[in-house]
Design a protein around this ligand. Structure first.
Ligand code: FBP
Length: 248
């Protein structure tokens, strides 16, 4: 198994996700969060285990931060401008990510989409190449598309986690399914693949921190969230609160 020590602390992790510019467009990057330097500063000052970027931002901004924080490059992406069944294909190779200084690569699979097979195939290839470069692979395992009635039901979230294990992901990034108990089932389904939480739209601090308490009690290793940190008035304050739960 790949060594995750570069992107974990005592087996636990807090990652800052910032690949939203492509997924959601700048509408979600309100105020200072439009500036990649602002986010990278939050990540460094907040003591994050890694920052998650697409290759364009990594190329232009990460060189100044290379010694300060590990990088996770998200290898595929899609805009929200296309209708129909979700398909996100590779826009960056594993070799390019390694060249950019990545410690790990990420890839989203929209399970249940009519295009699922395309993403599963790419994921398999990425796994193989990442092993050659000694990089960890993080699977954004997101059930989505018209076949998926409820993308955060306990069954579907556990299914997504399990697919990550079956595909060889080192870490899966999954949505919350509503309770500590059901998340524990997803962690169990993921087996030796580690589990991190994917955040979602901004919610009140108390609600968000309760979710983090639940996923950690369920056996997750941490979080890979974006909006619930950098859309907050004080991203460093919420970061501290999240870290107190993850690393306690
Ligand atoms: P958030 O914590 O802001 O939800 O970020 C996690 C993430 O997976 C990002 O990496 C990605 O850009 C975004 O969510 C995708 O959002 P959506 O679920 O709306 O496609």
């Amino acid at each position: 198994m790949v060594d995750l020590s570069k992107i974990t602390t005592n087996g636990k992790a807090i990652y800052l996700a910032y690949d939203h510019g492509i997924e959601h467009g700048p509408v979600n990057l309100k105020g200072e969060s439009i500036d990649p330097n602002y986010i990278l500063d939050v990540a460094v000052r907040g003591g994050y285990n890694a920052i998650i970027l697409q290759k364009g931002i990594a190329e232009k901004y990460y060189p100044d931060y290379r010694d300060k924080i590990p990088l996770i490059v998200k290898l595929n992406g899609k805009t929200k401008l296309v209708g129909g069944e979700p398909l996100s294909t590779q826009v960056c190779s594993v070799a390019e990510a390694a060249e950019l200084g990545a410690a790990a690569v990420g890839y989203a699979v929209y399970l249940g989409s009519e295009h699922e097979a395309v993403m599963l195939k790419e994921f398999g290839k990425i796994e193989q190449e990442a092993e050659q470069h000694n990089l960890a692979v993080i699977g954004w395992m997101y059930p989505r598309g018209k076949a998926i009635k409820d993308d955060s039901s306990p069954e579907i979230v556990a299914y997504a986690a399990r697919v990550g294990l079956e595909l060889g992901a080192d870490i899966v990034k999954i949505k919350y399914c509503g309770s500590r108990e059901c998340f524990a089932q997803a962690v169990k389904a993921a087996g030796k693949t580690k589990v991190v939480l994917s955040g979602g739209p901004k919610v009140a601090d108390d609600k968000f921190l309760e979710v983090i308490r639940n996923i950690m009690a369920a056996g997750a290793i941490g979080t890979a969230v974006g909006r619930n940190v950098w859309q907050k008035e004080n991203p460093l304050e919420i970061t501290q609160k999240i870290k107190e739960i993850i690393f306690k």
